[in-house]
Design a protein around this ligand. Structure first.
Ligand code: FFO
Ligand code: ATP
Length: 197
């Protein structure tokens, strides 16, 4: 791992530690606030299909946000991680059973959608540990989203990419590499931010 890799790892550790210290009350408030900001932004509110995700421990909770998207008529798909490092996608149903994967992610047990669902969405909510002022995102380091997004951003009709983080996780600069795909918007419990490009 080069310089950028170890700089990313150091920052990940710091950010994960801060996330572990958030109270349940803080998280519940964040969940409601994220869902409330949805209606204020046209790209978010008007999506026909959205790729989202089930938040894992420490992440800004996405349950209310996904419910709000569905209530607005958006079809929501969520990922299932595969051993080869790619993501499958399943239609989100909050009432359907999920299973916790070995890496701590809740995943639907339903059948994956055929084809490349990510190429048919107009909005992608992307998990992140931090995002910088240019929209560059720091993930958990497994590369699932970098690989998945690399395929959609080359398409003529690219979807709006939205990272979801706590406001304190918007940083002036995060370490980045050529394969990192920048996001268009950042959704936080404090509001929506548009990175400079
Ligand atoms: N909610 C959510 N889903 C997601 C992602 C994410 O960041 N958040 N991912 C974004 O790419 C992919 C999964 N990537 C992951 C990469 C590393 C670890 C990880 O290090 N897990 C810890 C355990 C964490 C815990 O139990 O709280 C571990 O295995 O030690 C987890 C997920 C796909 N789905
Ligand atoms: N487009 C790509 N094709 C192949 N490998 C990739 C691609 N993008 C990233 N990777 C690999 O994935 C690994 C993790 O990358 P990186 O540290 O940028 O992940 P991340 O953005 O923090 O994680 P994630 O995308 O899972 O949230 C690296 O080893 C990188 O080489």
């Amino acid at each position: 791992m080069g310089h950028t890799g170890s700089a990313k790892d150091d920052l990940r550790r710091t950010l994960l530690r801060a996330r572990r210290e958030r109270s349940e009350g803080d998280l519940a408030e964040a969940a409601t606030a994220l869902a409330a900001h949805l209606s204020g932004d046209r790209a978010l509110r008007g999506a026909r299909r959205a790729a989202a995700y089930l938040a894992m421990r420490g992440e800004p909770p996405t349950g209310a946000l996904l419910a709000e998207l569905q209530a607005a008529g958006t079809e929501v798909v969520v990922p299932v991680t595969r051993a080869d490092g790619t993501l499958d996608w399943v239609t989100h149903d909050a009432a359907a059973p999920t299973t916790r994967s070995s890496i701590g992610v809740d995943e639907p047990v339903g059948a994956p959608l055929p084809g490349s669902p990510l190429t048919e969405v107009d909005l992608v909510l992307v998990p992140a540990l931090a995002v910088d002022h240019h929209g560059r995102r720091l993930g958990r380091g497994a590369g699932y989203y970098d690989r998945a997004l690399a395929e959609v951003v080359v398409r003529p009709q690219r979807p709006t990419l939205v990272a979801v983080v706590f406001a304190e996780e918007i940083l002036p600069e995060v370490p980045h590499e050529p394969h990192d795909v920048p996001v268009d918007l950042v959704l936080t419990p404090s509001g929506i931010f548009r990175p400079e490009r």
